[in-house]
Design a protein around this ligand. Structure first.
Ligand code: AMP
Length: 433
């Protein structure tokens, strides 16, 4: 047995966390707002497997990316004859969406296909504040159009979602990293520059000089970062198509009055991106940036995975960092698990008959709770107070005999006796106010 087995029994693995009941309302708040915006804009939900073949990410995201090379949680195959490949816990959602698009023949559906997903993702990174090994993302993808309006639709959506969440101290960084036509020139100029700086690069980046020079742009080593700052801007080597695409995107952002910074160093760390890449970050008082969302175009991914030539664009944002921010900013969020009504029963026969009223109220859509585990009025009132309900409904022996209930308005501290048959309508009327 492993030496630290006792500790392992009592602790989640490093970088993995329980999302406790007290935090659920934050996650729920973000999901509700984001999903509302996505649905209104015509996106349909897709749930992807948490486990995919590792090769999907190796081919899709890129073998030289940090996400695949260093951070992927690999799950070895069991060794059955039908298992030809190892698996990986999904580090991101776009490759899975592109795989699903091909697998389910979505090119036969009206284009573009607009999908969103919600769920946990896994990266074996060094855990720290705002960086976990299991983290939650909501992502949206538009597949089947190369129109710049699709890029804008996603940026606009992300922006509006953040505004609705109450987070407005944001910056939007945008860049274009070229397409198939201009990649050759961009690569050549980057390679020439980084070759001249070879002695300052880390061993990983020296390897990348030959394998994937783009990835030097997002190396986290301070020395490489400094070298990358002076790299020849990608924008200088864009082809006319990419320049036009970028110009249209920027013009539309201007029209929508969404402020952006054209950031020639933004590369976004994944191989599948083409043309537009963008990142939304929160900027604090000390001008420090915390990345909250990122996305971009991936016009070649579907084809690279074996599908047709399907241009696409997507974005994803991380829920955990937003939850931390909502708390830090003390933004009030609704408590979806909080009942409006609490039902108090006194005595054995009231306990039995109160279920009828409880279910009636719940079926009418009035969030009602009761606690059959407590008997005394005092204990039940304490629970009602702790839950901060608007009304308590009290049923004792007398009320059963009279076919009534006492309805107490907890805010106004007044109570009335209401015939049992009228409780639902009475509460509905009161709750309208
Ligand atoms: P990416 O998939 O790397 O473009 O990240 C998109 C967003 O997901 C980021 O802006 C973060 O909000 C979030 N994110 C990425 N990695 C992590 C992580 N390890 N822990 C928490 N959030 C993350």
């Amino acid at each position: 047995m492993a030496q630290n087995s006792k500790k392992s029994l009592m602790q989640a693995p490093k970088g993995f966390r329980d999302i406790l009941p007290s935090d659920q309302k934050y996650y729920e708040f973000i999901k509700q707002i984001a999903i509302k915006h996505l649905r209104f804009s015509g996106f349909k939900r897709i749930d992807l497997p948490i486990l995919e073949y590792a090769s999907l990410f190796e081919r899709g995201v890129g073998e030289e990316t940090d996400i695949v090379r260093k951070e992927m949680f690999l799950v070895p195959r069991k060794g059955n004859a039908e298992e030809k490949e190892d698996y990986a816990l999904r580090p991101e959602g776009t490759a899975g969406v592109a795989r699903a698009y091909i697998e389910h023949g979505m090119h036969t559906k009206p284009q573009p296909v607009m999908l969103y997903y919600v769920g946990p993702f896994f990266r074996y990174d060094q855990p720290q504040e705002g960086r976990y090994r299991e983290f939650w993302q909501i992502g949206a993808e538009i597949l089947g159009t190369q129109k710049p309006t699709a890029d804008i639709e996603l940026m606009r959506l992300a922006w509006n979602i953040f505004e609705d969440l109450g987070i407005t101290d944001l910056s939007l960084a945008i860049n274009s990293i070229g397409c198939d036509h201009c990649r050759g020139n961009i690569k050549k100029s980057l390679k020439e520059y980084f070759e001249s700086m070879r002695s300052k690069l880390c061993p990983d980046c020296i390897r990348r000089l030959d394998t994937n020079v783009f990835r030097i742009l997002d190396c986290k080593e301070p020395a490489c970062k400094e070298v990358a700052m002076d790299a020849p801007p990608i924008l200088d080597n864009l082809c006319v198509y990419c320049k036009t695409h970028l110009r249209k995107v920027l013009e539309m952002l201007d029209e929508l009055k969404i402020k952006y910074d054209l950031d020639p160093t933004l590369a976004r760390g994944l191989d599948y991106y083409t043309r537009t890449v963008f990142e939304i970050a929160q900027v604090d008082d000390r001008e420090r940036k915390l990345s909250l969302a990122g996305g971009g175009r991936y016009d070649m991914l579907v084809k690279k995975l074996g599908g047709r030539d399907v241009p696409a664009v997507g974005f994803a944002f991380g829920l955990d960092r937003i939850v931390d921010l909502l708390k830090k900013k003390e933004i009030e969020v609704p408590d979806y698990e909080k009942p409006t009504v609490f039902l108090i029963q006194l005595g054995e026969s009231a306990k039995k008959s109160c279920y009828q009223t409880l279910e009636k109220l719940q079926n009418e859509g009035i969030p009602t709770q009761a606690t059959p585990f407590r008997d005394s009025l005092k204990a039940q009132l304490r629970t009602a107070n702790r839950l901060k309900v608007r009304f308590t409904v009290i049923i004792g022996q007398k009320e059963i005999n009279d076919n009534t209930a006492i309805v107490r308005d907890m805010k106004e501290s007044v109570q009335e006796i209401i015939p049992k048959a009228e409780i639902v309508n009475f509460l509905k009327e009161k709750l309208k106010k």
